[in-house]
Design a protein around this ligand. Structure first.
Ligand code: PA5
Ligand code: NI
Length: 181
């Protein structure tokens, strides 16, 4: 039998069923940004990013894969660029791919020893995120940053560790340019 795949990936858009949409607003990013005064003064309903995911198997299935597209809007909170919450995987050894489709950004990664480094994201850049490595993306450009992701369906997201301890370095906008400090 020949089947049409249920979901199509056109440019930076996932179409078809079932695609799950998740919206993250500033109010969902409490304790992520350094400048708490700037954060508190901002509009909490501002959308920072949207994630469209294709989850063909149940969350937690061993051996399966998930696929997602994140659209991260441009903006800053204090000296920091809009960024994703960032996470380790709950099953810590699970790896992931990110790839940039549109815009400019930085992928921050941090290992279990809290060594933090960054890779530049631009259309076409492909990023392998090894296991045991926290990952977060910042939009350093003036337009939307869109990137794809593919990760194991049993990886899970551990956000709590990052909310509690953060990354060991922060990406700041210094004279308009990204600096890892
Ligand atoms: O699975 C991933 O790593 C991505 O799809 C992210 O979940 C997505 O980019 C949003 O980031 P976060 O989950 O850190 O909020
Ligand atoms: Ni991940």
């Amino acid at each position: 039998m020949i089947h049409q795949p249920p979901v199509h990936f056109l440019g930076k858009t996932l179409t078809g069923q079932p695609v799950q949409k998740q919206v993250r607003k500033l109010k969902d990013l409490d304790n992520i940004f350094l400048d708490q005064a700037a954060f508190s003064a901002a509009d909490m309903n501002r959308v920072v990013y949207e994630v469209f995911s294709y989850l063909p198997v149940d969350e937690g299935t061993e051996g399966g894969l998930f696929f997602g597209m994140t659209h991260l809007y441009p903006g800053t909170v204090g000296q920091e660029f809009y960024m994703t919450k960032g996470h380790f995987h709950t099953i810590e050894n699970r790896a992931e791919y990110y790839w940039c489709v549109e815009g400019e950004g930085m992928l921050l990664m941090m290992d279990k020893h809290r060594n933090t480094w960054a890779e530049q994201m631009q259309p076409g850049s492909l990023h392998y995120i090894d296991g045991y490595t926290a990952h977060r993306v910042a939009n350093t450009g003036g337009g939307i940053l869109s990137f794809g992701a593919c990760w194991p369906s049993d990886a899970g997201h551990d956000y709590a560790t990052i909310v509690k301890n953060g990354f060991s370095r922060r990406l700041l906008s210094v004279e308009g340019k990204p600096a890892l400090v």
